[in-house]
Design a protein around this ligand. Structure first.
Ligand code: GDP
Length: 365
């Protein structure tokens, strides 16, 4: 272990402590991961590497939906249901509103009242600053910490207002979209891209208007058939034959009332069916592999971009170049080529690129 890291942050301490001691260790580890200090980042990278063999054993569930659809009520009900069945549940959130304005759609204190105080649950609000990519990175890393601490269900929640659904779908084994009973009346309002990410759609608040919920269920079911599925194009059965089609997951639509606790059984049953099928067909492992590589490249892109912006020659040329492009005096593509060339020409003279990357990018699977 790194000499500089406090002993409470060893992988063993995280995994083997229990109760309040483990909670403190988790909180401390996540705070370290979220720190922007370069020495903290180095410690965080060492910790993540040490944790890695203990990670990956949870089921990672992404949940999204517009504000007010009932996400926190649903997660509270589901979380307590899972704890009753012997699981330990971690809930992490990605709140895109907090990264832009510092304000928060998701983060009020009354959310998940019972779950948040339960000893078998761990709830971590969204990191409150940084780009969406940065926040997603911290959340992925926090997920690894929770897995190493023995949480076997990790729920990543986000609010359906932007690209955060793509980020959450890109770090979870299954992506669930919560919808309101009137969703079917205005299918246009449901973004096609988000719908395509969904492995399961839940019509929540079915108690308010059961007829509308049933209508929405039928409409969204047929819309999903039309859209196809991300790992599962519409015409897949034609290409691979009936057997393959039978073994491919068809996104489902179910109803629930998170408030009354109905539909949670059916929900979890569907999740388990999905999990069993994905594991049997190798898709669970393939999805994680693809996610890990996409994450690596995303972080390389972010690291390169940051190193580029910090490069002395680029910093010197940037203001003038920006002004020229804005004024229409220089084509944007020429400006980009000039700046890239300036960085490459100076790369030998300035700080080596690898050093920048070491201090700006993350580590992990
Ligand atoms: P979020 O913004 O998506 O997290 O939504 P909340 O979980 O905070 O729920 C918003 C409101 O809808 C709250 O007043 C909940 O009590 C209520 N609510 C959530 N689920 C249901 C449900 O299934 N039925 C009914 N009638 N109300 C619900």
């Amino acid at each position: 272990m790194p000499a500089a890291a406090p002993s409470v942050l060893t992988a063993e301490a995280l995994a083997e402590a229990d109760g309040p001691r483990q909670r403190r260790a988790i909180a401390k580890a996540i705070t370290l991961l979220e720190s922007t200090r370069a020495d903290h980042r180095a410690q965080a990278d060492q910790l993540l590497t040490a944790l890695l063999p203990r990670t990956g054993k949870s089921f990672r569930l992404g949940i999204s939906g517009v504000p007010g659809v009932g996400k926190s009520t649903f997660i509270e009900t589901l979380g307590l249901y899972l704890i009753e069945r012997g699981h330990r549940v971690a809930v992490l959130t990605i709140d895109p509103s907090s990264t832009v304005s510092g304000g928060s759609i998701l983060g009020d204190k009354t959310r998940m009242e019972k779950l948040s105080v339960h000893e078998r649950a761990y709830i971590r609000p969204s990191p409150s600053s940084g780009t969406l990519g940065g926040v997603a990175e911290k959340t992925r890393e926090a997920m690894l910490v929770c897995e190493a601490a023995g949480y076997d269900i990790v729920i990543v929640e986000t609010v359906g207002v932007g690209q955060s659904e793509t980020a959450v779908s890109g770090m979870t084994d299954m992506f669930v979209l919560l919808q309101l009973p009137n969703a079917g009346d205005d299918l246009q309002a449901i973004k096609k891209g988000v719908m395509e990410l969904a492995d399961l759609v839940v019509i929540n608040k079915a108690d308010i208007d059961p007829d509308a919920a049933t209508r929405a269920q039928a409409q969204i079911t047929s819309a999903l058939r039309l859209f196809g599925h991300h790992g599962n194009p519409v015409h897949a059965h034609v290409v691979h034959g009936a057997d393959a089609a039978l073994r491919q997951w068809q996104p489902r639509v179910i109803q629930s009332s998170a408030l009354l606790g109905t539909g949670v059984d059916a929900f979890w049953d569907t999740v388990l069916q999905f999990k069993t099928l994905q594991a049997a067909t190798g898709k669970l492992a393939a999805r994680r592999e693809k996610q890990a590589l996409a994450w690596m490249w995303e972080r390389i892109d972010a690291g390169l971009k940051q190193a580029f912006r910090q490069h002395p020659k680029v910093r010197e040329l940037l203001p003038k170049t920006v002004a020229q492009v804005a004024a229409g005096a220089l084509p944007a593509s020429t400006a980009a080529r000039n700046l890239l060339a300036a960085q490459v020409a100076q790369a030998g003279a300035a700080q080596p690129l690898e050093e920048h990357i070491n201090t700006t990018s993350g580590t992990g699977p």
